[in-house]
Structure formats: C-alpha cells, structure tokens
Design a protein around this ligand. Sequence first.
Ligand code: NAP
Length: 312
Amino acid sequence: MSHPILIAAELKGLLEPQQLDGLDVTWIAADEPTPKGDWVAIVPLLSRWVGGTELKSLPNLRIVANCAVGYDNVDVVAAEMRKVIVTNTPDVLTDATADLTWALILACARRLVEAIDLVRSGRWTGWHPEQLLGVELRGRTLGLFGAGRIGQAVGRRAVPFGLRVIYAARAPKPDFERDTGATRVEWPRLLAESDVLSLHAPSTPETKGIVNTETLGRMKPGAILVNTARGDLIREEALAIALEEGRLGAAGLDVYADEPAILPRLRAAPRTVLLPHIGSATHDTRRKMAAIALANVQAVLRGQPPLTPVYR
Ligand code: NAP
C-alpha cells in the first residue's frame, strides 16, 4: 500500500528514490498554501507554518517531519492534541551551523565586508598600518545565549582562538564546562561581559525579543552580536539604531524576524554582515536533513517510534 504524503518540492534534488519507497508523493512549492486532503505525512520547510488550521485540513495526518532543527513553524501543542507526531533534524546540522557562526564572528571582528568592498571598488591604495583595523579575539570573551548542540559546538571552536567562554542556558553543561573552561552565568552578566554575544536558543515565548533596546544598552560598547538562531530573538529596529549610533561594534546575522524580508533600516545599517539563512547550507548537511526527515516518516508509517521526535 502506498501512503499519500506531502513533501516540500524544494527537497526533490536532495532525496534518493529509495527514501521515497512506498510513498505516494505530492510535492508542494514553498509559495503554495498547504492543501486540504487525506495525506498521512507532511515534510515542510521551516518557512511553512503548520498550525491548527492546517492540521484540521489534514485529518489523517500522522507526522509533521520538519526539515530543520528549529520547529517554531509548527504549532506543537495543536499537533500533540491531535496525536500528530512532530520531528526535527538535530545533530546533522550542528557543525555546519557552528562553522557559519564562526564565519560571521570572524567577518565582523576583521571587517571583511568593508575589506571586500574596498578591493572590489578599485579604490584600495595599498597597505596602510591603520587601515581597516579590527578586533583581536584572543583574550576576549565569547558569550553564548543557549548552549545546546550548536551553542556548545561554537564554544568548543572558541578554545583555539583563545577566547574565554561564558554561557546562559536553562541547565548547566558540566561536560562542556570541563572541556572548554566555560562558565555558566545569568543573562544580565552574559550581556555585560561578552565581547562577542552569539545567540543559539530556539524561538520561544521566553526568548522572542530578548535582544531589545534595553538589553542592547547593557552590552559592552563596541561588542559584536551574532545571530544564527532565529530572527525574532532580536528587535531589529533597536539593533539598527544601536549600529547607527555606533554603540554596537558589529552585527553578523543569518536569520531575520520576517524572512525573506529584512527591515530596510537594518539592511542599511553600518557594520553588518548579513547572510540569507545559510547556517546549515552544505551539500552533506542538507542531504542528511532531508534523509532524517524521510526516515522519520518511514518509521512512523511502519508503526515504529520516530527517530527524532520533538516531544515524547
Ligand atoms: P538545542 O540543542 O535544543 O539548544 C538550544 C539551547 O537553548 C539549549 O542550551 C537550551 O537550554 C537553550 N535555551 C532554550 N530556552 C532558553 C531560555 N529561555 N534561556 C536560555 N537558554 C535557553 O538546539 P540546537 O540544535 O543547538 O539549535 C539551536 C537553534 O538554532 C534552533 O532552535 C534553530 O532555531 C537554530 N538553527 C538555525 C540554523 C540556521 O540555519 N541559521 C541552523 C540550525 C539551527 P537547555 O539546554 O538548558 O535546555
């Protein structure tokens, strides 16, 4: 028997035929609304909202296999009430996202965007001892807001760069502390002591807007803010103003509150490195994410437990 399933059309090129064995696939493009019907599984991208209305329109649905580790695009409470399993794609994207976080940290600290623009413009007049001076990382403090899989991977990479690591998370991370010398602190101390503040917590009611006018005002003058978590952790207007006023040293962002729109004031702000949500965008990782999403679907349709459920 073949199972009717909805899969984001953008995943077609990342999937092998055997991963679709026994499935009767309807491909849906990102700009198409979620259809109504008898599908038993859906594999959405993070840009597709799957809420109460969508779940009601899919009465036979057994699993939402989100193709991302973050699942703020799924109403998990509504899904649980309807006994619909929700899965994500943890671990396989940790290194890719941690690497990209470091690309942003280094690009901010060493002013790579300004440097590239200077070379491209043809206005570079040669080596100058005071040209494009950046921030030396050794001896400075990296603050991690959220120290789960990705936050810890970013922290582990900080050790060879000679940064002291502090972090805020709900629970202590003894292995991480032992391996990196990191110290757990409360959010106010994280703000006050970080030379580089990097966000790695999910988007939840507690974390939304946690970087705002007031908290930006408590950061060190000249500090670097990096966000590869979710855009709505930051109040973007407040960030743009802090950059315009020169209070913040730089901001490296991969994610935005209203993707793919970026607040014009933030896009125009000085000393930013703005990327188009490419944290997990490596060939290997994207294939593995699609593979895990489909493996979750296949397991659930065989009556087995999902590999990576977001609730138990
Ligand atoms: P994870 O392992 O679940 O880690 C999340 C961390 O956030 C945990 O340390 C957790 O603390 C902490 N946290 C949650 N709520 C908090 C709060 N209110 N205050 C302080 N800390 C809090 O998730 P992950 O795999 O590292 O992924 C992190 C996020 O990165 C995802 O949710 C996703 O949105 C984002 N992401 C983005 C990209 C991209 O393309 N840019 C790629 C992958 C992931 P405890 O450990 O104490 O519970």
